[in-house]
Write a protein that binds this ligand. Sequence first.
Ligand code: SF4
Length: 522
Amino acid sequence: MTRLSTNHTIRLNNGSYPPSVDELIPANHLVRVVSRTIDEMDLTPLLRTYSKGGGASRFHPIMLFKVFVYGYMTRVYSSRMLAKAMRENVMFMWLSGGQRPDFRTLNMFRSSRLKAVMDEVFMATVKLLAAKGYVKLENYFVDGTKIESAANKYSFVWKRGIDTNERKLDEKLRAFIIEVDRVAQNENVEYGDRDLEEMGEQTTFTAEDVAELAAVLNERLSKLESQGAGEDVKKLKKDVKQVVSDFLPRKRKYEAQRAILGERNSFSKTDHDATFMRMKEDHFKNGQLKPGYNVQIGTENGFVLGYDIFPNPTDTRTLKPHLENMRYRFGKLPLRVIADAGYGSQENYAYLEKNNIDAIVKDGTFHRAGKRSWRKNPFNTEQWPYDAATDSYSCPEGRSLTYVRTVRRETDGGYAQDLRIYTSESCEGCSRRDRCTRSQGNRTIQRNEELRRLREKAHARLLSEDGKILRKRRAVEVETVFGQVKGNQAFRRFHLRGTRKVSVEWGLLMIGYNIKRTCLQV
Ligand code: SF4
């Protein structure tokens, strides 16, 4: 039988306990790597934020920065929890040298000092990686993920809701103005320079229009009051009240909401920068609409070189601004960009070509084009033979589709595409018509020659030996970052609100990720 000690409390060994905090931390512990790496970084931009007056800080910004980076690496995201960790956790005590800033100090540091320079601070990490030869900005792997905002889930404002409410209000306003004008004409009242009849012909109104209406009615009210017209004054007072306390605030509210909305379809009332996006919630990829941000990152050799936070849920329109930000940060663009089909658009291909970047970027047709069923389908117009001499295509029935005109269309993002339209001279009597087209008239097809050219170029690169290797690497390069952050670190929701603050949080996560990654390079 095992003999147990009679005393279950920890015995102290004659004054040699507790040892120094430094002794408790193994030589190769992550916290030491964090501290060492941050010491190597050029954090002048962060220190500069303290040179603008405001008195001396009790706590050194580099110490606070280390605490935040280590906190975001170890799932301690809130300022209160960090403050607690600095009192109770040996690793945090070691980092802070025993100092104990309270949560307000920590919060102020993150949402004020770091917010102002996060981009530069993140760049300091990347410069350090480049100096050590870990990254060269040659192969740049891009992908995005959606992270939920800290906003209330049910705080949505939809564009179509604003449109409907505003349309109803405009109809109400128009009826109101016509009625007020009718009464005024019956009573032979003049409104001076302001013409209500003209205003009643409008179908939409701005807040300025409604404010003017209120001024006109107030003017009329003053006149009536001076004349002592009892009943009319009562009715007009009611009208003025309706304009001032109902119509005008509602109009102002809708205008303010449209200003917040910008080009988006929705926003959250409790985090104006967050947009409602469908987020994959479970393994069956069932989505749920939640307020969130589209986080775009770019990696090379497993390190995160850049990130940006976007309000739009689709990835297609994020590539150009993301790469432009990279150009601003690095002073140059990568040699190759590797991305999935979400980024394959004419606009993106054209941008990459213009900037001499090799596009290893799929589009929606890449996998389809490899399928036998697609290639063998006689009604797949992409396969129809083209005759350059007559500028015409031949259908499976051997009839010609000749060029008719070119139309210019704009994508949602405002990018102009030229489409060449070809029409069959006659589809009459065609036995295969029901399989070829649903149109009642002759068959018409569209050709976007520029997109075809760019697409073919991209497909050739994707199918090259280098292309195949890079495509395989893409899955592990970027997805690993998202897996680490969302899975292992359980970071599925931001803790702060607003793009700039959210950007600080993501920056801390990415700095932590890069530091951890350096351990694998040793
Ligand atoms: S419907 Fe017109 S274009 Fe299609 S196969 Fe028949 S003839 Fe050709």
